[in-house]
Write a protein that binds this ligand. Sequence first.
Ligand SMILES: NC(=O)c1ccc[n+]([C@@H]2O[C@H](COP(=O)([O-])OP(=O)(O)OC[C@H]3O[C@@H](n4cnc5c(N)ncnc54)[C@H](O)[C@@H]3O)[C@@H](O)[C@H]2O)c1
Length: 370
Amino acid sequence: MKRGEVIRYGVIGTGMMGVEHIENINALDEAVVTAVSDTNADSRARGVQAADGEVAAFEDHVDLLDSKLCDAVVIATPNFTHVDVLADVLQRPVHVLIEKPLCTTVEDCERILALAADRPDGVVTWMAMEYRYMPAVAALVEHVHDGAVGQPRMVAIREHRFPFLQKVGDWNRFSENTGGTLVEKTCHYFDLMNLVLRERPVRVMASGAQDVNHLDEEYDGRTPDILDNAFVIVDYPSGARALLDLCMFAEATDEQEEMSVVGARGKVEARMPSNTVHLGRRGEHFIGNVEKSTAGDDRITYQGLHHGSSLIEHVEFAEAIRTGGQPAVTLDDGYWAVAMGAAAHRSIDLGRPVELSEIMQRDDDREAVR
Ligand SMILES: NC(=O)c1ccc[n+]([C@@H]2O[C@H](COP(=O)([O-])OP(=O)(O)OC[C@H]3O[C@@H](n4cnc5c(N)ncnc54)[C@H](O)[C@@H]3O)[C@@H](O)[C@H]2O)c1
């Protein structure tokens, strides 16, 4: 597509995240939502209402795809549906932004990667990982890649937050639908670890449980089985290590997310929602006395629920569509993030460290983690 041409979007799944995508697209220049699809009539009506103008509404995503009304689609359906919806989308020459997690299992991700390998050049396939675009996170990554802390040795990410929200049909109450909390939620953080370290991990060890949340809920006679707190340690080939500290009954907190990276030269921290960045260089700064700044991004004209990061993701996705560019976040990035979450769950279940090579079946991945 050329600059100045309007990109026509279809949004598949117009629940909470689908509506955020529609509002982001409304905030873009030369972009319009021309179609939505949702199997739920109320969600579909909300999608139509959120779209800025005339929009076709479909119950079945295949009808949306066959309508030829869309140059690009966003998939924001429940996690367990991604594999089948993606299989239909990838067979057509339509640009796609797929919400995280790529799929709920490593096997499904591998099936999708095989299908995506045949996509024509210039058709953009983009894994939605908008945490990369949170201004404080983007600033932290830039500092690390500019060498501010030296070679990164330790990455620590803490998310202390509120319990999972209610979803349409309560799909997120069971691990079989989500992939498990460490796939569903924390794939974002595993992706950030890989991004900042610029390598793929070899091993994951984890401890976690469902201790507090959703234990008094019942759906068709079943109690939810979703983990609500965990520590996960990740080892990298360079010897760098990363830690995730997740607690989902910790909304009585100051910051929701804190990320730090430390190397021999110093330490950089990003904190959300304050969007602050702290940078300390050894020899120049000491405890309590570091450079403090607030991160921002002038392109953010709509905040949404993710500090404007999902708008920046759309700005970049649209730019890739217009220039025939490569996705900044690939399906392979999404696959690794799922595999790390799956390895963490397996480590909890087995009570031992899990090598990525145990669960990733593709030959080139086994080679990469050797
Ligand atoms: N990137 C993020 O930070 C972020 C945040 C929230 C959710 N998500 C992801 O977005 C996706 C949707 O989550 P949500 O919070 O909006 O859930 P939701 O339950 O609010 O909405 C999902 C919608 O998809 C619809 N749906 C189900 N099957 C469908 C199908 N085959 N075709 C079309 N529509 C279908 C449901 O009826 C519902 O309206 C999930 O994959 C979730 O992990 C990402």
